[in-house]
Write a protein that binds this ligand. Structure first.
Ligand SMILES: *Cc1c(COP(=O)(O)O)cnc(C)c1O
Length: 229
């Protein structure tokens, strides 16, 4: 990305979505990838409906939230006014919220422990709804961060499938803020490939162009679209 491009991403820019779309299109072209191979998840956490509506009206249909309760309060109303919205849960999930999460979300990016697998498997069976599932990796092995350690990823992915019967679509990562993201994206892509997973949920406002270079299929972009939180 050229240095001047960061100035496009101004807080509360009315052109946030258009600028991000333009960057994604350019990154796809440079990586010789089809634009359709990258899903933009507009991360609307902390933003109220009146901030979200203009983004929906501009054509965006895939949104990300990090809390089940917040999403439940905001989205059913919006979804009754606008057709075709898909919601992705990108934040931590507690087992006791699995029922609500399966009911509301089309994708869950934070599968990272057996209790969640068990709760999701039960709700998927009961509700006959099948959200796309991503296993979250803690590629930086940060103690405070959710996610499966890279060394445990293969075994965890196998247990999702074999023990809990979950169809896993891909892997998600959040690189440590202090690190260059590229090695984390490369590691995530490598672990996905050797486990036969095609989905890669990686890249946020600061690094989605790099993530696309490393094969991201889902970029989770908040502040570059909605402004600073
Ligand atoms: C908030 C959040 C994002 C979006 O972050 P921005 O820097 O605002 O683009 C992406 N992924 C996760 C998991 C988040 O919690």
């Amino acid at each position: 990305m050229a240095p001047q491009d960061t100035s496009l991403i101004t807080p509360h820019s009315p052109n946030g979505l258009a600028n991000v779309e333009q960057e994604i299109a350019r990154a796809c072209k440079e990586a010789r990838r089809d634009r359709a191979s990258v899903t933009l998840i507009a991360v609307s956490k902390t933003f109220a409906a009146d901030a979200i509506i203009p983004v929906i009206e501009a054509g965006q249909r895939v949104f990300g939230e990090n809390r089940v309760q917040e999403a439940k309060a905001k989205w059913p109303g919006l979804m009754s006014s606008y057709q075709g919205v898909a919601l992705h849960l990108i934040g931590p999930l507690q087992s006791n919220k699995a029922k609500e999460a399966v009911a509301l979300f089309d994708a869950i990016h934070s599968v990272d422990r057996p209790s969640i697998c068990e709760a999701l498997a039960k709700e998927i069976e009961t509700q006959k709804r099948r959200p796309q599932l991503f296993v979250q990796l803690n590629t930086g092995e940060e103690p405070q961060k959710a996610g499966v350690a890279p060394g445990e990823a293969d075994a965890f992915i196998a247990s999702c499938r074999d023990r809990y019967g979950l169809a896993i679509s891909g892997l998600m990562c959040i690189p440590p803020v202090s690190d260059a993201p590229a090695p984390h994206f490369a590691l995530t892509a490598k672990i996905a490939a050797r486990n036969g997973l095609t989905g890669l949920s990686m890249g946020m406002s600061a690094d989605f162009v790099t993530a696309i270079q490393f094969g991201a299929t889902h970029v989770r972009v908040g502040s570059a679209i909605f402004g600073h939180r």
